[in-house]
Design a protein around this ligand. Sequence first.
Ligand code: AHG
Ligand code: MN
Ligand code: MN
Length: 333
Amino acid sequence: MKRVSLTQYLVEEQRLHDNIPASLRLLIEVVARACKTISHSVGKGALGDILGSAGSENVQGEVQKKLDVISNEILLEANEWGGHLAAMASEEMESIHPIPNRYPMGEYMLLFDPLDGSSNIDVNVSIGTIFSVLKAPEGMSAPTEADFMQPGTQQVAAGYAVYGPQTMLVLTTGNGVNCFTLDREMGSWVLTQKGMQIPVETKEFAINMSNQRHWHPPVQRYVNEMLAGKTGPLGKDYNMRWIASMVADVHRILNRGGIFMYPADMRDPSQPGKLRLMYEANPMAMIVEQAGGAATDGRQRILDIPPTKLHQRVPVFLGSKSEVDRVTGYHAE
Ligand code: AHG
Ligand code: MN
Ligand code: MN
């Protein structure tokens, strides 16, 4: 079988569709290289002194793991010097990170969740990195947080790396979704799945059931109906999976269908859900839509939400279209 590398894929995609100019190709290759470095650290575990807590908190008040901090540093360092970016933003940094002025400023802005699924690091369960690429507004000279406040529809690329039994990179530039597997011996990303499509129908759901008592009525109804199985209103038996790494749950759904939910609940109205719009929900929503699925906050398409804050949270329902449409419909009733 002829192997297509990430570089070859990006070059040929540009030739065919004119949607990956050289600076965007550089960006994607640099992010992919950083993910390779993170994957290497992940694989070392205790031998690389990467497990455990960093002894600090991020802006959302979450305890940072060593690997959260290391992965953030790897992505920052890799992306500073290339001239492809104007600024970066991350789950692990309170404010945006403009490119230092010793380097040329580029036309893109990169957002990332450097390490998704932090609670799984120390127990050797799949984790990942999520990223989203926006264009800097025309004529921008000194980037500010306001320049990032663009809806997800404006993303020019989105992707994630999953560090599991295999390390994979799933990428979209707005023309379908492709998956690359890391060849660890060669150190290269090889195209292994083209044009990924989420099955429309599903029998699998993912939600943290321990929060059930806090859910709003539409989510209660939907999950109860799934739990009722074949003799219930949905007429089929469902299965449940919850990995607690969004990357790993989304990766399963991309491959065999399903719905992923992290709803808002009744605990704290100022915290609409757990996941963050700009670097978790938006990139995943773009990937899922590009693979024929759907992604909403229960009421509207995630990609249409106008952001107001870098670290804003959003309820998330994504995956197979028929199921996402159903639970979104329940919210409207
Ligand atoms: P992060 O590790 O980047 O903070 O994200 C964790 C997120 C997401 O990956 C996962 O789906 C969810 O949190 C798990 O939440 P629970 O702890 O409620 O299971
Ligand atoms: Mn995350
Ligand atoms: Mn994270």
